[in-house]
Design a protein around this ligand. Structure first.
Ligand code: BGC
Length: 742
């Protein structure tokens, strides 16, 4: 962005409507290159001579607006012609002005739309010309009367745009403009309507057959002034009626007044989480063929594929992928539908590894981590979600949530092998470590504080949000775990980590002395009182899994802990009782301790709580709760019941790393030392998949026949991998295709 460009705003209050900032460029002959930079307070659409320049939606995206706003650069050379050209930036409320979270009044970052623009024209022979947004730009009305992130959009196509007046300089904006470097949010899959339902209560509903984040495009020719209105929802209730209870206050409704010609309707400045739309208003009989759902998410390269002959597991994996797509809308959101859609740190942390296998998330997370760093407080703590919504901030953060500051950079480094992610995030990580170091009265433990614990675990009984594992246990374990990762990462980039290494030794020792006895977890009696009220238990599936996964158990203790975990699962009817913190750890620790069959038992469990229960109950995305929908068709609650929450999708990392066996040695990164160690199970029949690593694509498939298992492994040229086929001696192989039968 050029410094001479000014933020501009409308000359009068335009309320909730989207406005168009209109400028022009006079183009002479011999134009070689035209490059435009655009940004807005709100979300914008950029058009040249009335044509949309890019398929970007919701630009400039959501960043920590008090610290930085991104601008986007577009090559518009081919869109300009000699003579006068119209440049237009239309701005809707977006995240800057819509109500967000509990801040229902909106206008959180600004109370009016603003835009900033710069165009550089380069001519043959070296001459250049520039165009800036300034007071010469005009401000026009648009057909968009209202548009909000949660509530949807209202569009009137009968009203011709009207000149409001000349733009004014917006002197109130004092924010750093940074270039966009992550993928823009754009339109992806187009999903045709599957069926039109008339619900028992008479409402007309379109079913797209897939829950997703995006919007609906409607093609229609009607009379001028006729209206179309649709509401969006994820599920039908037990009677088959349209259910919006779990959206809480989000209206998710788009309303259009038709122009009278042929209209292609879709919103410009909002998005929804939905599988179904209810037709609230429509002229005549709606035909399903007129409706198409369009998925919106950040552009990322697809890197990980998995399929299985077991239809349930296959669907589970697809649900994880849709969970990622639906929640990687510029920031990693918890869910795309209710009045929340926030960048919750804990959710991002538990899903980061899986997400980074399925898509190349390096730039996506890099952008979000830069905002997390921008919002880090002087004491090193980071907000619960990022970007933080003004008015919603609280001190500190929960263990397992704030640890995103360390764990996300670690997972990105492991996935892509680029040490720069460590360098860039080193101060962020150090700050969070120092925050944990100073939190509470104990130097080497994290006791007390406000924690989400093993969020949504079922072991604390019906209706509890925080699971039975002591929150001090989880907090102190994360303190040790994040510190261990921080030490490793510091060493990778050549920092002197001796002080932190010593600290780690003390933290691990203190954890073991406080939270373990005879190699098993115990409750710390002097711990947080609130824990006791929640019927804290010492030995839970989560506490056992944490000891193994975070290397808090000594080698001689691991066997007994794993055995106890297997017994606990058995006592619970072969089901898990874990929440956000414990669930992603279960299968990895079971299989790494030799309980591969038990891990598969858990994976293949179909009664709740289990990954396949939602699959068997029609899920097309991951659910927030194990029993979001109960067997009798009722919902566990209206309050916190997202049907598109990616956190439990973290299980897919195990499908790659253990079922297919595409992994890497503990001390390497970016698959520079890959290990292929598939662990098949007859109940899956076959599995196949691939991972596009920085060193090329690794492919693995295995298939059961009557007496044998056949493995096919594909290693890219130039890669050297260790192959560990069950029942065969390990071998080192180089690029090529390999077949094994056992
Ligand atoms: C979100 C979660 C989040 C949690 C923190 C919820 O409202 O949807 O996914 O991690 O709050 O407790």
């Amino acid at each position: 962005m050029n410094r001479k460009s000014k933020w501009i705003m409308p000359p009068e209050d335009t309320g909730s409507a989207a406005v168009e900032f209109r400028g022009s460029a006079d183009i002479a002959g011999g134009l070689k290159r035209a490059s435009a930079c655009v940004s807005a307070m709100g979300v914008y659409k950029f058009r040249v001579n009335g044509r949309e320049v890019s398929s970007a939606v919701l630009a400039p995206g959501w960043t920590s607006y008090k610290n930085r706003v991104l601008y986007q650069r577009y090559d518009i050379t081919d869109m300009l012609s000699e003579g006068k050209n119209t440049l237009s930036v239309s701005v809707g409320k977006g995240w800057a002005r819509s109500p967000l979270s509990l801040m229902r009044e909106g206008n959180l970052y600004a109370d009016h739309p603003s835009a900033i623009f710069y165009l550089k024209l380069e001519y043959e022979g070296g001459k250049t010309k520039e165009v800036f947004s300034d007071g010469k730009w005009e401000v026009w009305t648009t057909p968009v009367i209202n548009s909000e992130i949660y509530d949807g959009e209202t569009v009137d196509l009968t009203v011709a745009p009207r000149l409001i007046g000349e733009a004014l300089p917006d002197k109130g904006i004092d924010v750093r403009l940074a270039p966009q470097y992550s993928g823009l949010v754009t339109e992806h899959e187009r999903v045709a309507a599957r069926r039109l339902i008339t619900a028992p209560n008479g409402e007309k509903i379109i079913d797209f057959g897939q829950n997703l984040a995006g919007y609906v495009e409607i093609r229609i020719t009607g009379k001028a002034g006729e209206r179309v209105s649709i509401s969006h929802a994820e599920v039908l209730d037990k009677d088959g009626n349209f259910y919006t209870g779990n959206l809480r206050e989000a209206k998710q409704r788009d309303t259009y007044t038709l122009s009278g010609g042929r209209d292609v309707l879709k919103p410009s400045y909002t998005y929804h989480g939905f599988r179904y739309v209810r037709i609230d208003e429509f002229p005549g009989e709606p035909a399903p063929s007129a409706f198409t759902a369009i998925a919106l998410y950040s552009d990322m390269k697809r890197t990980g594929y998995f399929t299985s002959a077991n239809q349930d597991v296959d669907r589970l994996f697809r649900n994880v992928v849709w969970g990622e797509r639906s929640n990687f809308v510029d920031i990693p959101t918890d869910c795309p539908q209710r009045d929340e859609r926030l960048g919750w740190t804990g959710d991002a942390q538990v899903f980061c590894r899986t997400a980074s296998m399925i898509y190349d998330t390096s730039r996506f997370f890099d952008k979000w981590l830069a905002d997390l760093a921008a919002e880090q407080r002087a004491d090193g703590s980071v907000p619960r979600f990022c970007p933080m919504v003004p008015g919603m901030d609280e001190e500190g953060n929960s263990a397992g949530w704030g640890d995103a500051a360390v764990i996300c950079p670690w997972e990105l480094y492991r996935a892509y092998g680029d040490p720069d992610v460590i360098r860039r995030n080193f101060p962020l990580m150090r700050g969070w470590i120092e925050y944990m170091h100073s939190a509470g009265d104990e130097e080497y433990l994290w006791i007390g504080g406000n924690h989400f614990g093993d969020w949504l675990a079922t072991d604390a009984g019906e209706g509890a949000y925080v699971g039975a594992t002591q929150t001090d246990f989880i907090a102190s374990a994360y303190y040790a775990y994040s510190l261990s990762l921080f030490v490793k990462m510091g060493q990778v980039i050549g920092e002197d980590m001796t002080g932190y290494e010593k600290l780690y030794t003390s933290v691990r020792r203190a954890f073991r002395e406080t939270f373990m006895s005879s190699g098993m977890p115990v409750v710390y009696k002097k711990g947080d009182g609130a824990n006791k009220a929640r019927r804290t238990k010492a030995v839970t599936q989560t506490s056992l899994a944490i000891l193994l996964a975070f290397d808090l158990a000594d080698p001689g203790e691991r066997g007994a802990i794993a055995k106890k975990l297997v017994a606990q699962i058995k006592e619970n009817g072969g089901k898990m009782s874990t929440g956000f913190i414990g669930t992603p750890l279960l299968l990895p620790v079971l299989s790494s301790e030799g309980y591969v069959t038990e891990a598969y038992n858990l994976l293949l469990q179909t009664k709740a709580p289990s990954w396949l229960y939602p699959v068997r109950h029609g899920a097309t995305t991951m659910w927030e709760h194990w029993d979001s929908l109960r067997t009798d068709g009722t919902f566990w609650s209206d309050d916190m019941n997202s049907f598109n929450h990616y956190a439990y999708g973290a299980v897919a990392a195990w499908l790659f790393e253990t079922a297919l066996g595409i992994r890497q040695t503990e001390d390497s990164a970016g698959y520079s030392q890959p290990v292929i160690a598939p662990r098949p199970d007859r109940r899956l029949g076959s599995a196949s998949g691939s991972l596009d690593t920085p060193h090329g694509k690794i492919g693995v498939s295995w298939q059961y026949t009557d007496e044998s298992v056949r493995y096919e492994i594909s290693i890219p040229d130039g890669m050297c991998a260790r192959v560990e086929i069950p029942g065969k001696p390990p071998v080192n192989v180089t690029g090529g295709e390999y077949i094994y039968t056992t």
